[in-house]
Design a protein around this ligand. Structure first.
Ligand SMILES: Cc1cc2nc3c(=O)[nH]c(=O)nc-3n(C[C@H](O)[C@H](O)[C@H](O)COP(=O)(O)OP(=O)(O)OC[C@H]3O[C@@H](n4cnc5c(N)ncnc54)[C@H](O)[C@@H]3O)c2cc1C
Length: 312
């Protein structure tokens, strides 16, 4: 019986593991991969204390620290977490683990277009996080795909950080983004709005060179020379493993309170999979630390949090 089973080894899960390990709690991390979405960015430049580092290197450092704290990290996809009379059972296809508490840190997966070239150029010109990667495109030409606020805001941000030209490409004529944001994009001389176009292929050599579009009214094809493509078409959380265990909101996120507690006592959650806004590595890490301390607090009957600098 583990004290804590953490599902997911992204920034949230690894930080939670560091904290529970250092509290001498018997901890198991079960995850499909180690690093999660942070691995997808070639350069993290907004994680304090680290000026610039490839995402996978940052998560390798986290993993080293977690293992040094005595935590067991194994590869596996959790298909179900169930409540038992005492604690919880965490199931993969071939194994079952029992834990007194569970921390869910399952993150999100960016929604993709599923078109030729997209997967080949992920991280080599195809990006799914504008806030993170826009600064790489100073004086360059990029395409932003999507019709919501994040796409329109994204196009404005890329223009603001110095891109030469930004195509904002949406499959419909009407945008879901709010009017004010859209007005700003229409007034921005570097942003060209292209509707109703759907991307059909991304081409390049080592890096992206162009994007092929289809006009959804006329079927006419078009190829635009671009240095980068930003997908701002949302992301998804797969909460099927806990849908009968914890409250999930309409966006399929795990509902947590400000202490990382879910609706199920003994189950905590952190990071991008939760209702906490702003999906960033540092935020996921901080929320992971909170969930871990809360699990410790739960396991010690509320005696655990006696930091003298944080007396209640
Ligand atoms: C391309 C890209 C670039 C980004 N760049 C930056 C940046 O520069 N700076 C920044 O601060 N943020 C950046 N972000 C956002 C940041 O990566 C996320 O906010 C952060 O990774 C969230 O961490 P997390 O641990 O909550 O989730 P994730 O990183 O998504 O990790 C979830 C983990 O859970 C595992 N998992 C999921 N389901 C299961 C299951 N059923 N069983 C077992 N394991 C499971 C996954 O394999 C993964 O390891 C970027 C995001 C993307 C997509």
């Amino acid at each position: 019986m583990y004290d804590v089973i953490i599902v997911g080894a992204g920034a949230a899960g690894l930080t939670a593991a560091l904290y529970t390990g250092r509290k001498n709690l018997k901890t198991l991390v079960v995850s499909v991969d180690v690093g999660g979405q942070c691995n997808l960015t070639s350069s993290i430049e907004n994680y304090p204390g680290i000026e610039k580092m490839p995402g996978f290197q940052l998560t390798r450092e986290m993993e080293k620290q977690v293992k040094k704290a005595g935590v067991e990290v194994i590869t596996g996809k959790v298909i179900k977490v169930e409540k038992k009379s005492a604690g919880f059972v965490v199931k993969t296809k071939s194994k079952e683990f029992e834990g007194k508490t569970v921390i869910l840190a399952i993150g999100r997966v960016p929604r993709t277009l599923d078109i030729p070239g997209e997967a080949d150029y992920l991280g080599k010109g195809v990006h799914t996080c504008t806030t993170c990667d826009a600064p790489l495109y100073g004086k360059k030409t990029v395409a932003v795909i999507g019709g919501g606020n994040s796409a329109v805001d994204g196009a404005l941000e890329i223009s603001r950080v110095g891109a030469e030209k930004v195509y904002l490409i949406h499959r419909r004529v009407d945008f879901r983004a709010d009017e004010m944001t859209l007005e700003k994009a229409k007034k921005d001389k570097k942003v060209e709005i292209m509707t109703p176009y759907s991307p059909v292929e991304i081409k390049g050599d080592k890096f992206v060179k162009s994007i092929v579009l289809k006009n959804n009214e006329t079927n006419e094809g078009k190829e635009l020379k671009v240095d980068g493509v930003f997908l701002e078409i949302g992301s998804i959380v797969n909460t099927s493993l806990v849908k009968d265990l914890v409250e999930i909101n309409e966006s399929n996120e795990i509902v947590v309170d400000t202490r990382g507690r879910t609706s199920q006592e003994g189950v905590f959650a952190a990071g991008d999979a939760t209702t906490v806004i702003y999906k960033q590595c540092i935020i996921a890490a901080g929320e992971g630390a909170k969930a871990a301390l809360e699990a410790y607090n739960y396991l010690t009957g509320g005696k655990g949090l006696g930091f003298d600098w944080a007396k209640k």
